[in-house]
Each structure stands twice: as structure tokens, then as C-alpha cells.
Write a protein that binds this ligand. Structure first.
Ligand SMILES: Nc1ncnc2c1ncn2[C@@H]1O[C@H](COP(=O)(O)OP(=O)(O)OP(=O)(O)O)[C@@H](O)[C@H]1O
Ligand SMILES: [Mg+2]
Length: 401
């Protein structure tokens, strides 16, 4: 791509690549040394062009957690949303590409990130022209969105997820699938394949098509992908249980996958075939992993997540994403964590425990809050930025101690 209408010039094709880093490196800050295990992936630079309230924002990171503070409407969540678009899908607000374009100009938007990885620097560009779908380039080559999953694992918590345990199963499935994706990058392909075949099957059902061979072909695809989806989900739930920290102040959640459909490929194909008449009456597929739900019980209290207090529910979600990060760290990689207003419902003790966990896992966690005092406990362990709004555009200033 030569140049985007939002005015961002793509990096020069011969840009120098950062040398690969290996083993530990030492970060010197105010005389304090931080030892970072360098076999992790983190965002080194991030540029937002005409992205929501950010006309042009350029940020440099060193791998420490990142704390963004500022008043309501300053543009903090917009930064997290931009980072979330470095993974496949519609990002943490599930916005359409046009919604992301800075108003009133609506020229399209662009995000460019340079990643530090054990194998050297990697470059991600993602953008959308007005009225067009989102595009991705990795290391200056066009790439499908799902290719992002193998570069960067990412898990997020947003205030909208405070009601995750109270609302419909779809949000919980999405939360689980995002964790699954951080372990199994091919999960995105399986989900896409399954959903595409299911949409096609639903269309046949609604149109009262009676062609058995046509159904059979689609049900075979659904069964193949569906069996993988269920296997991935169950494997990750077991892995998370194995990495729960029972000593932490975050409640350990016992997770179960509630799925009426068979996990086994042949049995799922049979269930789909046997259910055609019923599905035709409903006009959609009534069985399969797309109907699965994630259930959580606070283990020590034997209390269903939906019955827990707002703060406890949030703490349970945090406990899960920390288990996710711990499990991945054991495999030599860690995901990025996007924690929007994470401190809001946490008491001081849990807040300090969260920061300690993030720092000991050495994850690049992006956190937002309305006041910098929420991040005071982090001190020089994090990069701190203030976010403000001037003349209708977001401004970020680093204030790291
Ligand atoms: N497409 C857009 N073009 C321009 N501005 C936008 C666009 N979409 C959202 N905004 C504005 O971006 C501003 C910042 O939003 P953001 O959600 O990042 O705020 P925030 O700092 O997280 O605030 P809060 O503390 O309330 O969560 C808001 O004023 C919003 O109206
Ligand atoms: Mg916000």
C-alpha cells in the first residue's frame, strides 16, 4: 500500500530491523534494575492515525506494563481498542471499521505496531479505508486477519464484561475463545470454518431445501471444525485449572463447558443429520459448539459466579486471565493483557496483588484508570502515561517515574 488517505506514510520498506534479543536483559530505571526474560513478545511502538479521538498518536514501549490515566472521554480506551485490533476480529468494542474512523473527517484509519519478538522485530499494519473492510499487513506483506493470532496472544477485560456471568452465553463463549486463541492460534480458523458452514446450513434450513447431500457436506465441515473447537475449549479449561493460584486473593473459579452437543466428530455429524427436521422448524441449527456455555463456580465458596458480588465477579475474571498468562508463560510465551478500568472494582489489597502478578509474569499489560493514584503502587515497575483531550484530539504524555 503506498499511502493511506488518513495521511499515514507506511514505514520505508528498508527500515532497519531491531536485533533479536535473547535471554535476560536488564532495564535500568532510577537506579533500579529490572530483569526481564526476553523470550516474550511485546509492542515496542504503536502509531494511531485518524483512529477515533487519536488524530496521530505515537507511543514507544519498553515491555513494562503500561498504565494510562486521564479524565473520562480523554481517549484511554481508544488506545486499548487499537491494541486489540492487533489480534483477529473486531476488537474489544466489536466496532465496525467505519465506527473507528475519526469523526468528522472519516478518512479511514490506520494502526501500525512494531513488535519485539525473540526472533527480531515484526511489523503489523492494519487499516480500513472508508466503507471498506479492515486490511492487515505483516512485515509489509498482505495477510489475513487470522494470521495475527500466531504473532500475539491477547486477552482483555472491559467494563462491559462486568456483567459477563449474568448475561447471555455468547459473551462467555467469546471470552473463553479468546483465551483458547492465545494457546491455539488455529482456533480462529476452526471457528470461521464452523460458522461459515453453519450460516450456509441455516440458509438451507430457512429455504426448506431438502437436498440431503448438500446438508451432508456442510454437516461434515461443521462436525470436523466443531470437534476441534470443543477439544480446544476443554483442553484450555483443564490447563487453566492446572495454573490457578490458590494462594492469591483472586477467587479461583472452577470452570465447566456446558455443551449439549457431542464432542466427537462422527457423533456430532450424526446429531446434526438427525436434527435436520427440528432445525428446519426452527430455521437454524439447534445443536453444536455454537450453543456451548462457560460456567464458573467460586471454588472455595461453592458459589455460582452469577451469585457473587460485582467485585468478586471481576476478581474471578482477573483470576482466569492470570491463570491464562501463567499457563502460557510456562510454554515460553505470554499474552498481552488489556485491562480497561480494571482497578475500578478492586480493593487496595487486590489491586496490589494484581500489579504484583502482572509484574512477576512480565506481561505487557495495558491498563486504564481515571486517576494516576490508582497506579501509584506500580511505581517504576510500569510505564505511566497521562491522557488528555485538547481541541478534539487525544494527547498522551509519558510521566513514568
Ligand atoms: N470515531 C470517532 N471519532 C472521533 N472521536 C471519537 C470517535 N469514537 C469515539 N470518539 C471519542 O473518543 C473519546 C474518548 O473515548 P474513550 O472511550 O477512549 O475515553 P476514555 O478515556 O476511555 O474515557 P472513560 O474514562 O470515560 O472510559 C470520546 O469522547 C468519544 O466520543
Ligand atoms: Mg474508557
Amino acid at each position: 500500500m503506498s499511502s493511506c488517505r488518513c495521511g499515514y506514510d507506511p514505514p520505508h520498506p528498508t527500515r532497519p530491523k531491531a536485533p533479536p534479543v535473547r535471554g535476560f536483559f536488564v532495564l535500568e530505571l532510577s537506579g533500579i534494575s529490572f530483569y526481564r526474560w526476553a523470550m516474550t513478545v511485546f509492542i515496542q511502538t504503536l502509531t494511531l492515525s485518524h483512529f477515533r479521538s487519536h488524530k496521530r498518536t505515537q507511543l514507544s514501549f519498553d515491555g513494562r506494563p503500561v498504565a494510562l490515566s486521564g479524565p473520562n472521554g480523554a481517549g484511554k480506551t481508544n488506545v486499548l481498542e487499537a491494541v486489540s485490533l492487533l489480534s483477529p476480529g473486531r476488537g474489544l468494542r466489536r466496532a465496525t471499521p467505519d465506527d473507528l474512523s475519526r469523526k468528522p473527517d472519516v478518512l479511514g484509519w490506520k494502526i501500525v505496531a512494531e513488535l519485539s519478538t525473540p526472533n527480531g522485530a515484526r511489523n503489523i499494519q492494519t487499516w480500513a479505508e472508508p466503507g471498506q473492510s479492515r486490511q492487515v499487513r505483516i512485515d509489509d506483506k498482505s495477510a489475513p486477519q487470522i494470521a495475527l493470532a500466531s504473532l500475539l496472544g491477547m486477552v482483555w477485560l472491559t467494563p462491559a464484561m462486568d456483567r459477563l456471568w449474568l448475561e447471555g452465553a455468547e459473551g462467555r463463549r467469546r471470552f473463553l475463545d479468546r483465551m483458547v486463541l492465545s494457546f491455539h492460534p488455529d482456533h480462529a480458523t476452526q471457528v470461521l470454518t464452523y460458522e461459515k458452514a453453519m450460516r450456509e446450513r441455516n440458509r438451507l434450513l430457512r429455504d426448506n431445501v431438502g437436498d440431503g447431500a448438500w446438508y451432508g457436506a456442510l454437516e461434515t465441515q461443521m462436525a470436523q471444525a466443531g470437534a476441534r473447537i470443543s477439544a480446544n475449549r476443554r483442553a484450555v479449561i483443564a490447563t487453566l485449572a492446572g495454573h490457578a493460584d490458590h494462594a492469591s486473593p483472586f477467587p479461583v473459579a472452577d470452570l465447566t463447558l456446558d455443551c449439549a452437543a457431542p464432542d466427537d466428530e462422527a457423533a456430532l455429524a450424526r446429531a446434526l443429520s438427525d436434527g435436520r427436521r427440528q432445525d428446519m422448524a426452527a430455521g437454524r441449527s439447534l445443536t453444536g459448539p455454537h450453543r456451548a456455555d462457560l460456567r464458573a463456580v467460586w471454588a472455595t465458596k461453592d458459589m455460582d459466579a452469577a451469585q457473587c458480588s460485582t467485585g468478586e465477579q471481576k476478581a474471578m475474571l482477573i483470576s482466569l486471565i492470570l491463570s491464562n498468562a501463567r499457563a502460557l508463560a510456562a510454554t515460553g510465551t505470554v499474552p498481552l493483557l488489556l485491562l480497561d478500568e480494571v482497578a475500578a472494582h478492586l480493593d487496595a489489597g487486590r489491586r496490589a496483588a494484581l500489579y504484583d502478578a502482572i509484574c512477576s509474569l512480565r506481561v505487557q499489560a495495558f491498563m486504564t484508570g481515571t486517576g494516576s493514584e490508582l497506579f501509584a503502587d506500580l511505581g517504576p515497575r510500569a510505564q505511566q502515561f497521562t491522557v488528555s483531550e485538547r481541541d478534539g484530539r487525544s494527547i498522551l504524555e509519558e510521566t513514568s517515574p
